[in-house]
Design a protein around this ligand. Structure first.
Ligand code: NAD
Length: 429
């Protein structure tokens, strides 16, 4: 299973290389991670016992700058998964043109089984383990699945304790009080929404309000859904790990989110202040949600949810990949044949890392921007990347994922050539 994730990543690279050839030295450098780190993290549990968790950090490629990527707390985390996610980060940063390479980290843990104090000790333990492997000019972590700004706050505090100087630029996605950026919390969902808006006409979705289903109603899924609903689109279904809710006339993502925060259950609701009333809705499985007849399907949970087994049943006109790696290569082929466009993860969810970059810039400058500035600058970057990818689609007539890889490969290849390849040394000139 974990192997297949990295194989997926390599298959995507292989496909892009069929359309855009790069220096063999660039290719070699992209096939393996630059450095991987595995740590055992002992954590004192609340009952006094000791548990040891496995943690990982991978710096996949630093050709364009220090490596950058989130930290995931999930029972399914393996080195192979972290490696794949770090590979995708390399391309994500390159496709939007920010000066970073790709990295990723994770701990194999089910955080739902830990108390908040145990999560704090684990977070500090993880940071203490990787402190020598990362750095503000080397590798800069951020939040990912089941980690958040509170955890980033503990981690920056731990790192600052270790280095004996406050170092906010070591990690992004921090609380604003510790040097976080305004506009980081909703940046990934917002970037996905900007990408959809920039590409929808080209994707044949027209300019009318769209029907949208969102799989995974966490940070990214909620903010994407909320922004889309605020702009007149209809969110007909959302889901979490326990199942999905559906409402033909559209859900109010903000109310659903509010109620989920209170009751930890997904219910369609209408909330006024703190009073929430449940409104009529259907329930369905996550599999049924994926196969809904909607304009846009937005997977926003985990990898490998659209596979060769269900791709033929997908009825959405377009897919916006808010999660990392939700579509398998076989499914990609099937969707392309069916004429379903897939806005790839490395573009659709690049808003998060872009605002993380803004956070890092603000930390280094010691000067903090207004939220509107963050939104404007994010939109400029996503619009530009979306246009480049669409132009490449006209040129190569292949799927959007391959076009996004080509855009990224062009930048990575330039950096390899600029550093000097065999050609520089064997021409005799
Ligand atoms: P999150 O933990 O806030 O939310 C994940 C959601 O997915 C939760 O609601 C969970 O219940 C749900 N989920 C888990 N398993 C599911 C399943 N089998 N079916 C349906 N729902 C399921 O995480 P997030 O930060 O929103 O990240 C979601 C995805 O977006 C991940 O793939 C992550 O790598 C990617 N991503 C996140 C960011 C970011 O800034 N947070 C940036 C880029 C990419």
């Amino acid at each position: 299973m974990s192997d297949s994730i990295f194989e997926t990543a390599m298959a995507q690279l292989g496909k892009a290389l069929q359309y855009y050839s790069i220096d063999t030295e660039s290719e070699l450098r992209l096939q393996t991670p630059r450095a991987t780190y595995t740590a055992s993290i002992p954590v004192r549990m609340d009952d006094g016992s000791l548990k040891v968790f496995q943690g990982y950090r991978v710096r996949y490629n630093d050709l364009l700058g220090p490596t950058k990527g989130g930290i995931r707390f999930h029972p399914g985390v393996t080195l192979d998964e972290v490696k794949s996610l770090a590979f995708w980060m390399t391309f994500k940063c390159a496709v939007v043109g920010i000066p970073y390479g790709g990295g990723k980290g994770g701990v194999t843990v089910n955080p739902k089984e830990l108390s908040l104090l145990e999560i704090e000790r684990l977070s500090r333990g993880y940071m203490s383990a990787i402190a020598d492997f990362i750095g503000p000019n080397v590798d800069i972590p951020a939040p990912d699945v089941y980690t958040n700004s509170m955890i980033m706050g503990w981690m920056v505090d731990e790192y600052s304790n270790i280095t004996r100087e406050f170092t906010p630029s070591i990690i992004t996605g921090k609380p604003i009080a510790l040097g976080g950026s305004r506009g980081r919390e909703d940046a990934t969902g917002r970037g996905g929404f900007y990408a959809l808006e920039a590409m929808k006409e080209k994707l044949g979705l027209g300019s009318k309000p769209l029907t949208i289903a969102v799989q995974g109603f966490g940070n990214v899924g909620y903010h994407f859904a909320n922004l889309a609903a605020q702009h007149g689109h209809k969110i007909v279904a959302v889901s979490d790990s326990k199942g999905a809710i559906y409402k033909k006339d559209g859900l109010d993502p903000e109310s659903v989110h509010k109620l989920k925060q209170q009751s930890r259950e997904l219910k369609a609701a209408y909330c006024k202040d703190s009073v929430c009333e449940i409104v009529e809705h259907d329930t369905m499985t996550n599999e049924e949600l994926l196969e809904l007849d909607v304009d846009v399907l937005a997977p926003a949970a985990l990898e490998n949810v659209i596979t060769k087994d269900n791709a033929k049943n997908i009825k959405a006109k377009a897919i916006v990949e808010l999660a990392n790696g939700p579509t398998s290569p076989e499914a990609d082929e099937i969707l392309f044949e069916k004429g379903i466009d897939v806005v790839p993860d490395i573009l659709a969810n690049a808003g998060g890392v872009t605002v993380s970059y803004f956070e890092w810039v603000q930390n280094r400058a010691g000067y903090y921007w207004e939220e509107a500035d963050v939104h404007d600058k994010l939109k400029i970057i996503i619009d530009k990347a979306a246009k480049e990818v669409m132009d490449l689609k006209d040129e190569h007539n292949t799927n959007l994922r391959t076009c996004a890889y080509i855009a990224a490969l062009r930048r990575i290849n330039e950096a390899v050539k600029a550093k000097g390849t065999r050609q520089n040394f064997s021409s005799g000139s």
